[in-house]
Structure formats: C-alpha cells, structure tokens
Design a protein around this ligand. Sequence first.
Ligand SMILES: Cc1cc2nc3c(=O)[nH]c(=O)nc-3n(C[C@H](O)[C@H](O)[C@H](O)COP(=O)(O)O)c2cc1C
Length: 261
Amino acid sequence: MPSTTSKNVLLVHAHPEPTSATRHLVQVAIHTMEAQGHTVTQSDLYGIGWKAVFDQDDFLIRANPERLAFIDESGHAYATGSQTPDVEREQAKLAAADAVILLFPLWWFGMPAIMKGWIDRVWAFGLAYGYQGAGNTYRYGEGGLAGKRAMLAVTVGGPAIDYGPRGINGPLEQLLFPITHGSLFFPGMQVLPTFAVYDAVRIDAGRMALIESDWQTRLQDLFDSAPIAFRTQNGGDYPDRHVLADDVVPGVFGLDAHIKA
Ligand SMILES: Cc1cc2nc3c(=O)[nH]c(=O)nc-3n(C[C@H](O)[C@H](O)[C@H](O)COP(=O)(O)O)c2cc1C
C-alpha cells in the first residue's frame, strides 16, 4: 500500500538534452510523484549552470587565507553562513526534502562531473560529515541527512548482462557503492536499490512503455519499500567504529560485508 502522506521530493538531474533517456525518467518522476500528491522540486544541474568544480571561489570569507584546506574552509563557511548562494539554495532544497532522487547517465561507471560537483560542494562539513562537531561519531546511518530517503535512477549504455553478478563490468550496485554507501548513507540517508535502465542508447517505444511502468512502480513505493540494508556504524557491527567485528559475516570481505544479507 503506497504512502498517502504528502511529501517533498527533490529530483537532482544531470543531462542537458531534453529528449535523453535520463530526462525522460525525470518527466515520469515529476508526473508520478505529483499524481501521488507529493511536492516535487528540481535541481536541473545543466539548466542552472551548476558550477561543478569545488575550488577557492566556494569560500567567500576565508578562515585561513594562506592555505586552502577544504574541510576547514567548508566547516567555517557552513558555520558562519558564508557559503555561496548557490550552495545555500541547494542545501535549503535538501533540508526540505523527504526524499532525494539523483538521475543521471552512467559516465565512466559513475556520475557526470557536474553531479559529483553538486555532492562535493553541497555536502558541507558540519552537515554531511563532521556532523555536530563530533568527527566521525555520526556517520553511516546517522548524521545531518538522517530521516531522508534517497535513490539513484541511472541510464546505462551497456546491456544488463555486462552488469550481472559475473558480468565483465562488475555488478552495477557495487560500481555505485561509493555513491549509495559513501555519499548518501554516510550522512544518514536511507538508500533504496538503484533503478537502472540498460541499453539506454537504443530504446524503442515499446520498451520505453515498459520502463515507464517499472519506474512508476518504484516511485509509488518510494516511501514504503525497504532500503538497502547497509550496516550502521553505531548499530554494534563495528565495535571500534572502523572495522567489522570478527563474528559478523566471518570470511566475507569487501563491499558485500557492509550489507546485511
Ligand atoms: C562520457 C561517457 C561515458 C560513458 N560511460 C559509460 C559507462 O561507463 N558504462 C556504460 O554502460 N555506458 C557508458 N556511456 C553510455 C551512456 O551511459 C549512455 O549514453 C546513456 O546512458 C544514454 O542515456 P541518455 O539518453 O540519458 O544519455 C557513456 C557515455 C558517455 C558520453
């Protein structure tokens, strides 16, 4: 049964071409979420001319004019209200969002630079990391973005078989782990399984109708479906907050160990 409470959904998308598969997913998401009674806000990164590069221009009043230490300057700008207006606008949208959906084409097994730059710049120290001035005390399941849901919607040029469990590219969800786990779960968001459209360079009308239907179903379940079962830092699996306890999935290493079976 889909959630009936009205929520705020932020769509962050990175494709300049209105007829692209990515932008098609954006349009379907707008219609589907609005039809559910939700409020949709967009960050059309190409459309707003988002500055992708995190650099000295991000810090209007430097804590240390002599040496550019990004973490220190990010924390200072966030704490003192001296971030750039574009970053403040995006953080305000983020704060108002109950769910954030990142929609992008897979470029070199990751997100386009403009979207990486959105994360780099908007995920300020004090908000997405270094939460409450407590170092890494709150991360992986807790932090400044806790209580929000997140999902990736990715168009992929290659076929699904290349991204299967033994596919030559590696499983898509593992390739995207730095985003789902590292960028979204780290500051506390609950991350849903990725919605992927494979063979996205060639989509005829018949297949597009099926994709739309699958996407609508995923969107209708946005606030109800189970997130990826990433292990929380403070839930007991990492007694020293760094390494999994010996008795947690012994013999399992790498990324899989951080997801409950
Ligand atoms: C710079 C660039 C890098 C790409 N890297 C990948 C990749 O790593 N894996 C893949 O399957 N397809 C890759 N592709 C193909 C895109 O994923 C594909 O063109 C896109 O998903 C099509 O959807 P769109 O209509 O939304 O652009 C790449 C395309 C470009 C332009």
